[in-house]
Design a protein around this ligand. Sequence first.
Ligand SMILES: [Zn+2]
Length: 337
Amino acid sequence: MRSSILRRYRNTVWILSILLLLAICFSVFLGISYSRQQTEIQQLQNRLTEMQIDLCELQDALNLSKNDRALQQEKFESVQSSYEQLQKSYDSLLSSGVENYKELESEYQNLQTEYDILLHRYQEYKNTVKVAYLTFDDGVSVNTNKILNILDEYEIHATFFANWQSWGQKWYSEIVNRGHTLGNHCASHDWEDIYSSPEAFLQQVTLYQENVKKATGGYIPQIFRFPGGSNNTIHKNYNPNVMPAAIQSIRELGLTYFDWNVDSGDAERNHVPAETLISNVLTSAKNKKSIIVLMHDTGAKDTTVEALPFIIEGLRDQGYIFSVLTQYTEPIQFRKQ
Ligand SMILES: [Zn+2]
């Protein structure tokens, strides 16, 4: 009697142990296949992110084109919309499980092929085009609207590396809404505020980001220009060691900084004759393929406004088309660290 109870007890223990072992094996199996799926999803996500960056670059690039635009734009839009659909299926896949992963993967391959062809055609086109990026520093000012109106008249876009002027809040939205890039040039332009320490510098950069975000209802600048340029010597009067840390914090904030390769000369002094500014730009633009033109948007730079239509026309005559700087544009940087 006793031994039969003991036997039954042993059998139960055996069965339970086997069941437990099976359960463990099953969980390990589930765990492995789950983590493999997760890795695959992660890889797909990385490729989609890369592709999103490529597409932004391509869109930016295609916006440069005037003559070939109709042809390329149509093709581009079809790839863009397939891409957006793919992104949507990917998102829903993530929330609903991963059964359709293989299908999505093959859709992605097709899109990638189409995209590569488009990119190749674009690169061939790009080799033949000259691009001018007009940039206006130190705004906003009483001249901002005049500059915007001239740009509208010529149906071109430019880049504004502004400071923060609380009186002129509406102009930040105006710049963005009229299709231009709004960059960061620190909240203040006071050298001591900016370059006295890495902390003071960072504070000026982030204060501008926050204020612009509020004033524009959510626009976050992605590009930056150092007051005085990245190779300025002015910082040495306040803190000779500030630049490496300042450059580092710009990178950490995810901002791309831009200097220039054509200087209008309007910062030399106020009221430099318009003819001088025009000649500075047009002479310096000769024999270049891509130019970033330094100009200023302040109340005292009235001759910059006066010169602007002639600068635009002169550059057009030299074969330039106009575009905006973005985080995807190849930067010009005087100082790298
Ligand atoms: Zn400046």
